[in-house]
Design a protein around this ligand. Structure first.
Ligand SMILES: [Zn+2]
Length: 176
């Protein structure tokens, strides 16, 4: 089994509140449940995207890795900062941006920066807030693992990359 552990840090005197932390911890439990399911495994191993009339049986910008290898890398929880076996150690720092910005990562920085305005929006939105935030956390953590995409906006050509691909699988599984 692969577990998910969130680690909260402050950023420029900005701290996550207790309700924000407990919301995020609840989501990490939902993520943990889903990533260990057969359904998740099947969706990652069968990932494909359409290009023209043909389907590509892999992720875009996959660094030469097959879907099986990407699944194994993801489930190993190994990232450049941590090779603890089978633990996704996600480090999170708060920051404030326009609501449209969900989160970001920076090169050679371990933490995911999570926009607290977007976090509050997800906490208020009981219908889709959980699944959106789960997708965001996994998307960003996959950047920490070393996979990227082309643009900073959700563009169609980015959707089959590893962060968007797996992030969206998690989002859909949690949305149910
Ligand atoms: Zn991204």
């Amino acid at each position: 089994m692969t577990t998910v552990e969130l680690h909260f840090f402050e950023n420029k005197n900005l701290l996550f509140s207790e309700p924000q932390k407990s919301f995020l911890n609840e989501i990490s439990k939902k993520i943990q449940l889903q990533i260990n399911s057969d359904e998740f495994r099947t969706k990652v191993l069968n990932f494909k995207y359409k290009k023209g009339r043909h389907y590509h049986q892999d992720f875009k910008l996959n660094k030469g890795k097959t879907r099986n290898q990407i699944f194994d890398i993801f489930m190993s929880g190994k990232d450049p900062y941590d090779d603890t076996d089978k633990v996704l150690n996600i480090h999170i720092k708060p920051y404030i941006k326009k609501i449209k910005v969900h989160a970001t990562t920076y090169k050679n920085v371990r933490s995911v920066f999570l926009n607290t305005l977007y976090l509050d929006y997800c906490m208020k939105n009981t219908k889709t807030g959980n699944s959106k935030m789960a997708g965001t956390l996994i998307h960003e953590y996959i950047h920490i693992m070393g996979f990227s995409h082309y643009t900073n906006k959700a563009k169609k050509k980015d959707m089959p990359t590893v962060p968007w691909g797996i992030g969206n699988i998690i989002k859909k599984l949690i949305a149910g």
